[in-house]
Design a protein around this ligand. Structure first.
Ligand SMILES: [Zn+2]
Length: 413
């Protein structure tokens, strides 16, 4: 009996995180459909992990695609690309090396706004900041994840009745670590600016901000403990040994019609039904219950430096297209003013590609007019392995865009 227990505990301890020695991230530039077919056959034969676009099915001629290849196949892929005369570059030569350099913050603090914090640290931080600023911040539980973890939600704003609200969520896709970093940064800026900065004080007096630091809590934990490159939730799929659903394909907005996969093993798996995931269901339920106050929905992803708005499930223009486009332009101008970071913006379907089941389209169709998806830094130099030293400038510039949108909502919604 004791021997078994000891063996079990050794097995548990030795479950080391996956390592990525020799893995490369390629950027390919398919010129025509023939090139796209070559890339698709590569993806079929070698287990390629698409970073941008989200899936090989979304690769188009004339648009670059980034993917990760395991070390055993990396050289063959390089040879095949050269043979097929498909232009390419190697963005990351050794992913393990790049991931190790990612944690380049010099702070020793357990929690820091300038480093990547694990879920326990983020949860302790959110409890703390609510306790420290009770008149500005309160914490509630939005729901519970598949693996039973609480999903916490912060409400940030001065007390008041009938306030309009802006909903901001982070951590949809587990490996996009800079996203939860932004939600923490936003709350820090809110509490430290209140009564100091006129514009932010006015926003907090007139609006409530719902801030969800990590939606996909199970996936986020998994990226810390097991596989840094995990994207989806961690729910079991019946009839498959593959785990997880893409939470940003799981909403009831053209669900699973385009740019999403019905195969459970795929990274863009849409799930068995809309809102099949506890995490997405909890989020949708909250927004449905607060539709009368929520005027804006901002969902924070990475990477590619884009600000997108509906629609992504169709090329049809949203009925508020012109206004959303103007707000996006203003937000991007504000963002770019700080460090000259270049962003593109527009409707999701035409700006990147069609992808159904996204939370921004769903929120918009539910009645939240100012619905935007942010794709934060960078454009692929580091991709999901963005160094911690870039958290501060990324959050600073993004905050300008978020404040621009919130200010617009305050005056126009
Ligand atoms: Zn994402």
């Amino acid at each position: 009996m004791w021997t078994i227990l000891i063996l079990v505990s050794i097995a548990a301890v030795s479950a080391e995180p996956k390592v990525f020695y020799g893995e490369k991230v390629f950027r390919v530039f398919p010129q025509d459909n023939k090139d796209v077919e070559v890339i698709k056959s590569l993806a079929d034969n070698a287990k390629l992990d698409f970073w941008s676009p989200d899936s090989v099915d979304l690769v188009q001629p004339g648009k670059f695609a980034d993917f990760r290849a395991e070390s055993q196949v990396a050289y063959d892929i390089q040879a095949l690309l050269e043979q097929s005369e498909i232009p390419f570059e190697i963005l990351i030569n050794d992913l393990q090396d790049t991931l190790e350099k990612q944690r380049d913050s010099t702070t020793r603090a357990v929690h820091s706004y300038e480093k990547y914090n694990n879920l326990d640290t983020i949860n302790a931080w959110s409890a703390n900041i609510a306790a420290q600023y009770p008149s500005l911040v309160s914490r509630s539980q939005l729901g519970t994840s598949y693996e039973g973890r609480p999903i916490y939600l912060l409400k940030v704003g001065s007390s008041g009745t009938n306030k309009k609200a802006v909903f901001i969520d982070c951590g949809f896709h587990a490996r996009e670590w800079v996203s939860p970093a932004f939600c923490q940064w936003f709350v820090k800026e809110a509490v430290s600016s209140y009564g100091v900065d006129g514009q932010f004080t006015s926003l907090l007096n007139n609006l409530d901000f719902y801030v969800l630091p990590v939606l996909n809590v199970d996936g986020y934990v998994y990226t810390w403990t097991s596989n840094r490159m995990w994207r989806k939730t961690r729910s079991a799929n019946s009839g498959s040994t593959c785990i997880g659903t893409d939470p940003n394909r799981n909403f009831n907005a053209g669900w699973c019609t385009v740019g999403a996969s019905s195969r459970a093993c795929d990274d863009t798996y849409c799930g068995s039904t809309p809102e099949s995931e506890r995490e997405t269901k909890a989020l949708a339920n909250f927004i449905r219950a607060n539709l009368s106050s929520i005027k804006a929905y901002l969902t924070i992803h990475s990477y590619s430096q884009m600000l997108l708005f509906p629609y992504s499930y169709t090329y049809s223009l949203a009925k508020d297209h012109t206004e959303l486009n103007n707000v996006a332009k203003g937000a991007v101008d504000a963002l770019t003013s700080l460090y000259r970071t270049r962003y593109t913006y527009g409707a999701g379907g035409t700006t990147i590609y069609l992808a159904a089941g996204g939370s921004d389209d769903w929120a918009y169709d539910a009645g939240v007019k100012f619905s935007f998806t942010f794709e934060l830094r960078d454009t692929g130099r580091y991709g999901f392995a963005l160094p911690e030293t870039q958290i501060k400038p990324t959050c600073e510039e993004t905050l300008l865009a978020v404040k621009y949108i919130a200010n617009y909502v305050q005056n126009n919604a």
